[in-house]
Design a binder for this molecule. Structure first.
Ligand SMILES: Cc1cc2nc3c(=O)[nH]c(=O)nc-3n(C[C@H](O)[C@H](O)[C@H](O)COP(=O)(O)OP(=O)(O)OC[C@H]3O[C@@H](n4cnc5c(N)ncnc54)[C@H](O)[C@@H]3O)c2cc1C
Length: 429
């Protein structure tokens, strides 16, 4: 489908005018599109906040190469097409009695896009989605079709698991699954002090635990999921969007008086109806996000993370009375993908959502240094300012990845302005 039209990401902050948009429906058309492109990037669902996707060359989207191709119920694995969306895969796996081990906040992403940036959920013993990828089918910029599996080339697989579209177009993925399961979901409000004091124990106790701090309230909302054999219960429609807008209105009304805002907001948070429901894992883990935002998220060594959180909250509440989006705190198990932010051990992730136009610049200036001092690695799909020199210090296998990248894409066909900075390559538009 060659055409000239503007592309925008989910938040609307990244845009591009690619010279061609290609949506191949089969491997032959994909080969042709890659061969004809002078420069190219791949887009999944366009849910990354960083400019990973923009290109003035060819933009390839694999929505027409989606679906479950092979399922091995005994081995609990499935090969799926490169354009498959998480929200379509979960019900298809469920029909076979299988499920993803974990999911993030939403499931609108493509599996290829989600693993490319090390998308994660929460759970002390649950790694990011990329760790469950045991094979990929990758078409390189030079037109070579590679099947890379855990059994045959575990090194290359560890490079391909989190590869930001830099090694080629991934048109097939093999994912390790588990038997379908139900979760008992509970949410509740609690003062921040007691959440932080007990957070480590809760991450140990619950399969999935996370919390959202509501700025200027002193309170947070906790979410815990635990496996259960109990029957599913009815779930009330989500009020997340209304609650968020309530926090925004309250900010507008009480901006001139922080103590008043804190008093009212803490009462409002305490009044949020707790959830106590049972359902299929994939129905409860992922939610809808309708209010648009931008986001920065850093993954921090657990020993530094909660101190960094306190520091961030202190800076926000001292300097930015306009902030109203909750700050999200999760934990993810370690893995060994070369560019996984969780490579080498578990990390606690702190996510800041921004709404005002000048908030991003403020985040880079005031919050990112706190995350960096605490030893954090940025989420590849969320706002950060790091380039090759800083990344080389954070990732023990960074140089190995760059060597493989140069081998598979010697002419930098897959490099755009943003990834040129990440890989330390020149880029000429
Ligand atoms: C509302 C919202 C909620 C989110 N929640 C979470 C969360 O809970 N946890 C979390 O970790 N992240 C979260 N994210 C971030 C998101 O999961 C990542 O940015 C993810 O990469 C987006 O997937 P996508 O399909 O949109 O990929 P895109 O943003 O389209 O692409 C991401 C990268 O993958 C590459 N890519 C895509 N498809 C292919 C392919 N077939 N072959 C090769 N490369 C490919 C692209 O080139 C790009 O480099 C959230 C984002 C939003 C907007």
């Amino acid at each position: 489908m060659p055409l000239l039209s503007e592309w925008r990401n989910w938040s609307g902050h990244q845009s591009a005018l690619p010279c061609r948009l290609e949506q191949p429906g089969d491997p032959e058309s994909l080969h042709e599109a890659v061969a004809e492109a002078r420069r190219l990037r791949v887009v999944g669902a366009g849910h990354s906040f960083t400019p990973l996707v923009p290109t003035d060359g060819t933009l390839i989207n694999l929505d027409c190469m989606a679906g479950v191709h092979e399922v091995d119920v005994r081995a609990r694995t499935a090969w799926v097409g490169g354009g498959s969306r998480l929200r379509d895969l979960s019900p298809a796996f469920h029909e076979q009695g299988l499920a993803f081990n974990n999911l993030g906040d939403i499931d609108a992403q493509s599996l290829a896009g989600a693993v490319a940036t090390a998308t994660h959920g929460t759970g002390r013993n649950l790694p990011c989605l990329a760790a469950d990828i045991t094979g990929v089918r990758l078409l390189t910029a030079a037109g070579e079709d590679l099947t890379i599996t855990q059994e045959e080339d575990s090194d290359r697989l560890r490079a391909a698991q989190v590869s930001l579209g830099a090694l080629g177009v991934i048109h097939g993925l093999r994912v390790a699954l588990r038997p379908s399961f139900r979760l008992h979901r509970r949410t509740w409000a609690e003062p921040l002090g007691s959440i932080i004091a007990d957070a480590a124990a809760r991450w140990e106790r619950h399969r999935n635990f996370e919390f959202f701090y509501i700025p200027f309230s002193g309170w947070g909302m906790c979410i815990a999921h635990d496996e259960t054999a109990a029957a599913p219960t009815e779930r009330a429609p989500s009020t997340d969007d209304e609650d968020l807008m309530k926090a925004k209105r309250l900010r507008d009304l009480t901006r001139w008086c922080t103590p008043l805002r804190r008093a009212i907001l803490s009462r409002v948070v305490r009044g949020v109806t707790p959830e106590d429901v049972v359902g299929d894992s994939w129905r409860l883990l992922a939610s809808e996000r309708n209010v648009r935002f931008n986001e920065m998220e850093y993954h921090l060594p657990p020993e530094n993370a909660l101190d960094a959180l306190r520091e961030v909250i202190e800076v926000v509440e001292r300097e930015r009375r306009d902030v109203f989006f909750p700050i999200e705190v999760r934990q993810t198990a370690g893995d060994d993908a070369w560019l996984s932010p969780f490579n080498g051990g578990r990390r606690i992730s702190i996510a800041m959502h921004t709404h005002a136009p000048d908030e991003d610049e403020w985040l880079f200036r005031r919050v990112e240094p706190i995350f960096r001092r605490a030893g954090g690695r940025p989420h590849w799909g969320k706002l950060h300012s790091l380039g090759a020199p800083e990344l080389a210090e954070l990732y023990p296998n960074f140089e190995r990845f760059l060597t493989l990248r140069r081998e598979l894409d010697p002419n930098n066909k897959l490099v755009n302005a943003h990834t040129a900075r990440l890989w330390g390559e020149p880029h000429h538009d």
